[in-house]
Ligand binder design. Structure first.
Ligand code: GLN
Length: 271
């Protein structure tokens, strides 16, 4: 016999993580835990909690163990088929939302949507927006579609490589959080990254494979004056600004994430 509080302390994980796993295992929340922390728990009752702890200790991301992760205050289902949404990406949403709100027509294309995080956040924020989201991974698209259904947000989900499924169409805004990590970056072997889909992370020797393609092809899918916003690595700002400027984008500018790193570069298709 032990208690809920003792269980949290007993396992070798950061306290916050063991609490989150305990809440998940016992289907309770923090306020319940404060009221019942000293209640007795038998070892058999704690079996599920110990299993979750073991998975975490073996390196499985918390988000995949919980099966749910929050982005832009929206609860999203996440599985190993999708990248775990990051706070860094909220700047992409923020910028995209402000551009769409200024536009009378509000068609937005999200490329490499993964869990659907960006597409759904924009849809949630901008009334009258028409969102199309593309991914090359069918399993990722089913996660995204399920997220849309769960949140009651309508998005057009299309399978394909970047612009392929929308070749003849035009949008006011394109947003993307594409893969942008160099193949030899050690960061790929750290933290949650080894468990995440490599196609959502790796982008060739220079990390710019996807960003280059988007910068080259983006204007053909935009209305004149439309914007494209690209998330990238903290050290890729000048590379992406050059890629966009070389491909005729105007008003090219980079914005920083909450940590102060250059994170999203955008440009406008000339009128
Ligand atoms: N920002 C993620 C990371 O560095 C990578 C996401 C991506 O490649 N799109 O962990």
């Amino acid at each position: 016999m032990t208690t809920f509080k003792a269980l949290v302390k007993e396992v070798l994980l950061p306290r916050k993580e063991s609490e989150i796993l305990l809440f998940h295992a016992f289907d309770c929340d923090r306020s319940w835990f404060y009221a019942h922390g000293d209640d007795p728990v038998t070892m058999p009752e704690a079996t599920h909690f110990f299993e979750l702890v073991k998975r975490r200790q073996a390196g499985e991301p918390l988000a995949y163990i919980l099966g749910q992760w929050e982005f832009w205050s929206l609860p999203l289902t996440v599985t190993p088929d999708v990248l775990i949404p990051r706070m860094d990406t909220e700047i992409l949403v923020q910028w995209g939302v402000s551009l769409l709100l200024e536009s009378s027509r509000r068609r937005c294309l999200d490329l490499g949507t993964g869990s659907g995080a960006v597409a759904l956040a924009v849809k949630h924020e901008v009334s009258g927006s028409e969102i199309t989201a593309v991914d090359l991974s069918e399993p990722a698209l089913s996660v995204a579609r399920a997220n849309g259904r769960q949140l009651g947000l309508e998005v057009e989900w299309l399978w394909g490589s970047w612009f392929e499924p929308v070749r003849t169409r035009h949008f006011e805004l394109i947003v993307a959080n594409p893969p942008y990590i160099r193949d030899d970056d050690e960061h790929l072997h750290q933290g949650d990254l080894p468990a995440e889909p490599s196609m959502a992370l790796r982008a060739g020797n220079d990390g710019l494979r996807a960003l280059r393609e988007l910068a080259t092809e983006g204007q053909a899918s935009l209305e004149p004056g439309g914007w494209m916003l690209l998330e990238h690595g903290w050290d890729q700002g000048s590379d992406v600004r050059n890629l966009m400027a070389d491909n005729g984008w105007q008003a090219v500018e980079t914005r920083r994430d909450l940590a102060g790193h250059e994170r999203v570069t955008g440009g406008r298709r000339p009128l």
